[in-house]
Design a protein around this ligand. Structure first.
Ligand code: FES
Ligand code: MG
Length: 569
């Protein structure tokens, strides 16, 4: 018997109430024991990347009806990167918590998860994991390619590049302004290998999509077909009670980490995958990313590290063609929502354009995965994406230039008296989960005008914040513990020497240990930390964990299952 029969099945007052209010044109047989399929839908007019998901939901519904289920649209908390202040990440855990609770509270047998913009797929997967119902993801898909002067222009990446050009005086502000509608010209999420693209592909690597679906452009009619097929599958999942905990295993994370390196995926995937693993009770650590992923070659030539965009990746063979190249590194025991192994789907899709998907024998870069750093500046770890960095800066020692907040950066960055040169190491703190709050994407802070004028385009930057998946540079991120949680980042002073040594996986502050032990954070810096006064922000600051374990709230880690034992009437 399906779970929803606990609401609709049988005689008496309560089942009568549950059916009666749901009638409204729905036939008797809708309540005869067939599966009720929720469509957890993050469509919102304020999340432009997910606006088209209502149309996708209609195709899911057709598939559900066709397979003998009953679809129900469940709008859930939606988070868009572009508008939400101070950072969408502040509400990833809230979106996950609210979705989990609503899935549990309602007569639902399985769920189709519709996400797109950065935080939405992670939040949906965290929710589904904690309620542990059968689930399948339909990633909303990327926008079509953008263009500027006949060349590809990726959203996000193009903004960072061109705004630096305006700052450097090599591009007119009006020309920059005019690029907005050629950069964003269709439905879908960012078309670079940013966080949204990455997390769509990660959902597939984890086994949570029908293989071959992730990366389908939002405007491609094959996405709607995939939505229909996923609706059908959701009915099958409900009837077989194949839950998310049976699909995602440690082996799935192994495959996700291999894939993350091969595609040159966003650093944000580290925080999200750690959080999803935490919900499933799967032991996953920062070191796993380095151990499993660091030696994986980069095969996908997408911005921000490369040239092309997601539409090109799809045309060139798509994600399965990439995974096929990495097949020997994948764990064949990891399964998918279809019940078959992920590796069963390889060997079919070939590479059509080796400029976009490099052959395994001629990778764009060796050892492309995320590197995990430790040292006296990051006792619980920090990460860097060497593929997005300047090779000459991967081993570097320089004098610290310290900023206590992103506002401090904005206020002083272009001060002509700021003591910086091309060898400086920029430190930005107070940007961790607790400190900001919400861990914003500011780690790739802009460069001072005077360095830009000298032709400098990258310096070593270190922060306890995150970086947009569409950004690039020699940027050390997610330093843990963060400054606001007592991390040593809070003790760095202007002029201190800092050594970054990526091959040795070290990040060290070259200050005498006795002197360091005697230092305390400045009042100026303490004043910059966020205050836990009320509402979600209070709950968040008091309970959020470090980036090194996924920045989930401590009481949300794990699963409560789907049982609800008490009645509402
Ligand atoms: Fe939504 Fe980039 S802003 S995916
Ligand atoms: Mg982003």
């Amino acid at each position: 018997m399906v779970r929803s029969q606990g609401w609709y099945g049988g005689d008496g007052r309560d089942p009568y109430i549950h059916r009666a209010w749901m009638r409204r044109g729905v036939p008797d047989h809708a309540f005869d024991g067939r599966p009720q399929i929720a469509i957890a839908n993050t469509a919102s007019d304020l999340t432009p990347c997910n606006m088209h998901l209502n149309e996708v939901a209609e195709y899911v519904k057709q598939g559900v009806w066709e397979a003998g289920g009953v679809p129900v649209n469940l709008p859930v908390v939606s988070l868009g990167e572009t508008l939400v202040k101070p950072t969408a990440m502040l509400w990833r855990n809230m979106a996950a918590m609210a979705t989990e609770e609503m899935l549990r509270a309602n007569p639902i047998d399985s769920v189709v998860l519709l996400g797109g913009c950065d935080k939405t797929i992670p939040a949906l997967l965290m929710a589904a994991a904690s309620v542990d119902l059968p689930a399948v993801v339909v990633p909303g898909g990327p926008m079509l390619n953008g263009y500027f002067r006949g060349e590809r222009m990726g959203c996000g990446t193009g903004v960072w590049q061109l705004s630096e050009e305006v700052r450097a005086g090599t591009l007119a502000a009006a020309e920059f302004e005019a690029t907005d509608k050629t950069m964003i010209r269709s439905k879908g999420h960012c078309n670079t290998m940013g966080t949204a693209s990455t997390m769509g592909l990660m959902a597939e690597a984890l086994g949570m999509t029908i293989p071959g679906v992730a990366g389908t452009p939002a405007a491609d009619s094959r996405l709607l077909e995939a939505a229909h097929t996923s609706g059908r599958l959701a009915v099958e999942l409900a009837l077989e009670d194949r839950r998310i905990s049976q699909v995602i295993t440690r082996q799935s994370f192994h495959n996700a980490i291999v894939a993350l390196a091969g595609i040159g995926g966003s650093t944000n995937a580290v925080v999200h995958l750690l959080a999803i693993a935490g919900r499933l009770g799967i032991e996953l650590t920062l070191e796993d990313f380095d151990r499993i992923g660091a030696q994986v070659p980069l095969l996908v030539n997408l911005q921000p590290a490369g040239t092309y965009l997601m539409e090109d990746l799809f045309r060139a063979g798509g994600f399965l063609a990439v995974l096929d190249q990495l097949r020997d590194l994948l764990d064949p025991s990891a399964t998918t929502v279809t019940g078959r192994a992920l590796t069963d789907y390889l060997g079919i899709q070939q590479v059509w354009d080796q400029d976009v998907i490099a052959p395994r024998g001629e990778p764009l870069q060796d050892d492309a995965g995320i590197a995990v750093l430790r040292g006296n500046l990051a006792p619980r770890g920090a990460i860097i994406k060497p593929a997005a960095a300047t090779p000459e800066l991967l081993v570097h020692t320089g004098r610290a230039v310290v900023f206590d907040s992103i506002e401090d950066v904005h206020a002083r960055l272009d001060d002509p008296d700021l003591d910086v040169d091309a060898d400086s190491v920029f430190v930005l703190r107070g940007c961790g989960p607790k400190g900001y709050p919400g861990m914003p994407e500011v780690g790739n802070m802009p460069l001072p005008q005077k360095l830009l004028a000298q032709g400098v385009r990258d310096v070593v930057r270190i922060s306890d914040g995150r970086m947009s998946g569409t950004a690039y540079g020699t940027v050390v991120l997610h330093v843990a513990p963060e400054a606001a949680a007592g991390g040593p980042l809070a003790l760095v002073q202007d002029g201190d020497l800092i050594t970054l040594d990526v091959p040795a996986r070290r990040l060290d502050l070259l200050v005498d240990p006795d002197e360091l032990a005697a230092r305390t954070p400045s009042q100026r810096q303490v004043d910059a930390f966020a205050v836990a006064d009320r509402g979600w922000q209070k709950l968040y600051i008091e309970h959020v964990q470090g980036a090194d374990s996924g920045a989930d709230l401590d009481f949300l880690v794990g699963s409560s299952g789907s049982d609800v034992t008490r009645e509402s009437h």
